[in-house]
Design a binder for this molecule. Sequence first.
Ligand code: PLP
Length: 419
Amino acid sequence: MSTSRPDDIRLQSDMHYNLNIEHMPDAGGHFGRFGGRFAAETLMRPLKEIEDAFFEAWSDPTFHAERIDLLKNYVGRATPLYHAKRLSRENGGARIYLKREDLNHTGAHKINNTIGQGLLARRMGKKKVLAETGAGQHGVATATVAALFGMQCDIYMGREDVERQMPNVLRMRLLGANVIPVNSGTATLKDAVNEALRNWVASCEDTFYIFGTAAGPHPFPLMVRQFHAVIGQEARAQIIEQAGRLPDVAVACVGGGSNAMGMLHPFRDDPVKLVAVEAAGHGLESGEHAASLAAGKPGILHGNLTYLLEDIEGQIQGTHSISAGLDYPGVGPELADMLETKRLTLDAATDDEALASLQLLTRTEGIIPALESSHALAAGLRIAGSMNQDEIVAINLSGRGDKDMNTVFKYLGWVENTS
Ligand SMILES: *Cc1c(COP(=O)(O)O)cnc(C)c1O
């Protein structure tokens, strides 16, 4: 029991973000044999300009002063690290702590990255930003920052996704963004990225491409990781303050890998087991999943060498997950390298497992997580269940579940399944 007087109780630790760049890729943007910059000749120059601008900005204290001020006063950081006692008791085993990225402005971790890249765009004198989006979460976070900085904003989104994610499409429009439906391929996220890259070639003079995850050509995987590192850096300081030590295990879900790199990377040099959880959809053996690391093989997509889900002809395979945000056929190159060098432990959760843990967290703690985050939760609970009460599992709750309510209600049979 704490004996401190009320005036001794701090609501929040003083956060000191580590601004050193740990574990740099090589000059070509390779993490081990993964990563790199595989892009059309015309994109090499704008990518190099972003790389130079990023390193220049990163070494400038005024860049960080503004970034951290916005993270604090606009986004709402630091997000809490919450000891979920009822959930831990119900689950049995290790103590479970939740990193509450769901409490960020716009409801997920994605804004950490769009604030960073938006500031970089403005610093480079760009008047316009463009981005791809799948479920619409990155599109909303980009449109939000474009509104904040007074920039024009084009969002490329597969026609399929435009129809499936109408509330986010309307939200982006309300924020002043121009949502451009993409009809090519399967009219989903991977096609939206291709189209966004194509259009960026023609407009890169005055336009910055705000990439949404820790993938794509160099320097995006590095840059996105650095902008999200606040997640794990806070969690690390918070667990030491609350529990007096590091967690035994840190867990995050993986779509492209941005929340996972943000949460896990700051623990990379610690004796902490790092677990990345992929979407197993209807089960890994069903073929209907989005588990690129577990079931894919190395190949090139969206400008980098990484693990991909391909069919026998080398075409990108269709993916399935109940959570639109995990439905991506690739994965960030640094995660591929961490897996290959055995610094990462791979896990997976099915649609059913994610839904069950969403319900369990909601009922035991009154927190409704995003379906993506529910995958991290499902695996984290399973792992915690096999550990003892003195041990600690820290799980990144990457977003809140409001956007998923329709999917959840349909799945539970509470509303009619019309699609
Ligand atoms: C987009 C999203 C993800 C997946 O993207 P990553 O880049 O892998 O983090 C996970 N959780 C939420 C809530 C998302 O919106």
